[in-house]
Design a protein around this ligand. Structure first.
Ligand code: NAD
Length: 492
């Protein structure tokens, strides 16, 4: 079943991937899939019910407990993961185009993060599990203890629409490497690209039931979270949803990792280089049209450099080229959905009613009559207690805030419910590092901000619980077991 990404024709996907095969939905609810840049219908996707989730979870449970997957060695799983990666590579170009149409991501970024990254993650976790001692023997008082790392079990993965392929693979790759089985419930706004995983998994010969995909909205997500046969939930999405999922997992004593929202700070110190800031600001603040959880939407600027940096950032924002994300010369695409555009515009209106000063942008661009576009928008003189400095906008709206000295910058950066991304800009990298060490956040860059898939990623405070990525990311999918044994198991 291959995907057509031509602009003509429908991409209707009215089936789920359960137990290694295409399954008809139990209900008849569908969601229209709308192209973000045009507002036109691309296709429809079925929405799953609790019954579809139940079928998928049972398949995952069976594959783990009865099927071959539960008895595979790390090397066998690594081989399957590498075949899965090869199958995704073949589809990378189409996948990138499809996601850009779904959520407005500029095509070059989509080629990296939807086309390329998922296969890279599968290969990385194949290497990780091959090099991880899954069983270690230690001397004990009574003889020996065999310390085992076992798969946590059936994983329910729930993902958002902003980086649909990468964020799903942040979970699927370490889970499969660890020996778990997975039920993925992607976001209904980007339902169509999820089928790429199913296609590629089939081609790679992933055993039936090891990866199952059921599309659906929050009801399907909630059914997955509370299903009695699920052992662990891996969630990426908003803090509000994460809180609800965390509560339910607490009640059920279910393992859970949460990757949530952010309101990260970029800190420009008095000795910062403006050229360096502008070279890195695209990644730090406007990546994926700012529909990125690590977006540094608060820019803290040393007061002695404030006017110069405000002007430079305004010019930088004005230079963005808005339009069709499939056009490689376009640097900013639309918001993912009409509903999300309306949310972003509401945040802008609230900021306009505050004491903040609108420097540039502030609404929809005049020259784009269709699609969910919003101008890159910059507000200066924002107080850190104001709405715009506290709430995640998830769109290209920056709050510029002056500070007095490095200690004041750290204080303002940390005065937030969130702690996910961040950056420090200084001609003296050691000085930047000293500031970075004091910011309570999961990731922070010195004079640039680029996600490193090889290092742990996650949030402090309301930005989440747990870490994904890097070799450390597999820990969330493993459970320790200590077997007390005789000394005969000790290495000679
Ligand atoms: P969302 O929380 O609305 O939805 C995320 C997923 O959860 C979707 O699949 C949705 O169908 C499902 N869902 C909704 N309610 C549910 C419930 N009660 N039970 C179970 N599942 C439920 O988030 P979104 O709008 O799709 O994504 C944007 C948010 O994601 C932003 O806040 C952003 O910061 C966050 N995000 C975080 C990271 C990270 O790694 N920290 C990465 C990307 C996005």
């Amino acid at each position: 079943m291959s995907l057509s990404v031509e602009r003509t024709g429908d991409l209707d996907r009215k089936y789920f991937f359960i137990d290694g095969t295409w399954a008809a939905p139990s209900g008849d609810r569908v969601q229209e899939q709308i192209e973000a840049a045009t507002g036109e219908r691309i296709g429809v996707a079925s929405l799953g019910t609790a019954a579809d989730i139940d079928a998928a979870v049972r398949a995952a449970r069976h594959a783990l407990d009865e099927g071959p997957w539960g008895r595979t060695t790390a090397a066998e799983r690594a081989a399957v993961l590498r075949r899965f990666a090869d199958a995704l590579d073949k589809r990378a170009g189409d996948t990138a185009t499809l996601v850009s149409r779904e959520n407005g991501m500029p095509i070059a970024l989509s080629q990296m993060l939807n086309g390329g990254a998922p296969a890279g993650l599968l290969r990385m976790y194949a290497d990780v599990v091959e090099n991880l001692p899954l069983e270690e023997v230690r001397a004990s008082q009574a003889g020996a203890t065999i310390v085992r790392r076992e798969p946590v079990g059936v994983v329910g993965a729930i993902t958002p629409w902003n980086f649909p392929q990468a964020l799903a693979m942040f979970k699927i790759a370490p889970a499969l490497a660890a020996g778990c089985t997975v039920v993925l419930k992607p976001s209904p706004e980007t339902a169509l690209d999820a089928y790429v995983f199913a296609d590629a998994a089939q081609e790679a010969g992933l055993p039936a039931g090891v990866l199952n995909i059921v599309l659906g909205d929050r009801d399907a997500g909630a059914a997955l979270v509370s299903h009695p046969m699920v052992d662990k939930i891996a969630f990426t999405g908003s803090t509000a949803t994460g809180r609800a999922i965390g509560q339910e997992c607490g009640r059920l004593v279910r393992r859970v990792t949460l990757e949530l929202g952010g309101k990260s700070a970029a800190i420009f110190l008095e000795d910062g280089n403006v050229e360096t800031l502008l070279a890195g600001l695209g990644n730090a603040a406007f990546l994926n049209n700012s529909q990125t959880c690590t977006t540094q939407s608060r820019i803290l600027i040393a007061r002695s450099r404030y006017d110069e940096v405000v002007d430079a950032i305004a010019g930088f924002a004005d230079a963005y080229r808005l339009g069709d994300p499939l056009d490689p010369s376009v640097t900013m695409g639309p918001m993912a959905t009409q509903g999300h555009l309306e949310r972003v515009l509401r945040h802008i209106e609230i900021a306009k009613g505050s004491d903040a000063r609108l420097v540039t942008g502030g609404g929809r661009p005049d020259h784009l009559s269709r699609g969910w576009f919003v101008q890159p928008t910059v507000f200066a003189d924002v107080h850190n207690s104001e709405h715009l400095a506290r709430e995640e906008v998830f769109g290209p709206v920056l709050a510029l805030i002056p500070f007095d000295d490095d200690a004041d910058a750290v204080r303002i950066a940390n005065d937030s419910n969130f702690g996910l991304g961040g950056s420090v800009w200084s001609a003296d990298e050691d000085r930047a590092l000293a500031v970075a060490r004091r910011v309570r956040t999961g990731t922070i860059g010195l004079n640039y901000y680029t996600l490193d898939l090889g290092a742990p990623f996650g949030g402090f405070k309301d930005s989440g619980i747990g870490r994904e990525l890097g070799p450390e990311g597999i820990a969330a999918y493993l459970e320790y077991k200590s077997v007390y044994a005789s000394a005969k198991y000790l290495p000679a």
